[in-house]
Design a protein around this ligand. Structure first.
Ligand code: SAM
Length: 183
């Protein structure tokens, strides 16, 4: 069975147009940023991370691939409105920490909650947000509860939301695909 990140990439491939304005709100090692650069070759990609090492690694990855239509932003995704001044078409949050890195540097609900609200506000009509959530660790559990409640609170006229999760294991990663239905 595919992992949630692979399913998230399937959605990115399906919905990212060549001229799309995209956002990777958790850059990490830059895999999602690279995919967005490949898919939106005539658009622009904004990528955020609070770790300097994420910027360095991603910059190198993108330089090797020859992509320049990207802004690498060393700041929290909670400040996304400072950098993204235009409506964007598609955005991904891959929450948590880098698997082979410092597990203490993880996304936190304090930043995640305002970031999701701002991202949804800035998202274009019929744009998509993809969230990959990891309830298997303490902070991830808080994020998962918040995101579930936030999604359930969206009116059907405002957003169409698909949730994918392994039903036998509550701590397994969850994937949300959110389409914005309001302008
Ligand atoms: C699971 S990793 C992302 C993996 C990444 N998308 C990739 O392709 O390698 C989560 C990342 O979120 C970053 N992060 C944590 N808090 C953040 C915040 N407030 N704003 C932006 N990034 C944050 C971490 O530094 C970490 O690199």
């Amino acid at each position: 069975m595919k992992k949630m990140v692979q399913l998230a990439h399937d959605f990115l491939k399906e919905y990212t147009k060549p001229n799309a304005i995209c956002a990777d709100f958790t850059m990490g090692n830059g895999h999602d940023t690279l995919l967005l650069c490949q898919l939106a070759k005539n658009g622009h990609v904004y990528a955020f991370d609070i770790q300097e090492s994420a910027i360095t690694k991603t910059k190198q990855r993108l330089q090797e691939a020859g992509y320049e239509h990207v802004s690498l932003i060393h700041d929290t995704h909670a400040h996304l409105n400072k950098y993204i001044k235009e409506p964007f078409d598609i955005g991904i949050f891959n929450f948590g920490y880098l698997p082979n890195d410092n597990h203490h540097v993880t996304t936190t609900l304090t930043e995640t909650a305002p970031a999701i609200q701002s991202a949804f506000q800035q998202l274009r009509h019929h744009g998509y947000l993809i969230l990959v959530v990891y309830p298997g660790h303490a902070e991830g559990k808080k994020e998962a509860m918040y995101i579930q409640q936030w999604c359930e609170a969206q009116l059907v006229e405002q957003a169409s939301i698909l949730q994918i999760q392994m039903i036998q294991k509550q701590s397994a990663p969850k994937l949300y695909l959110i389409e914005k239905l309001i302008g």
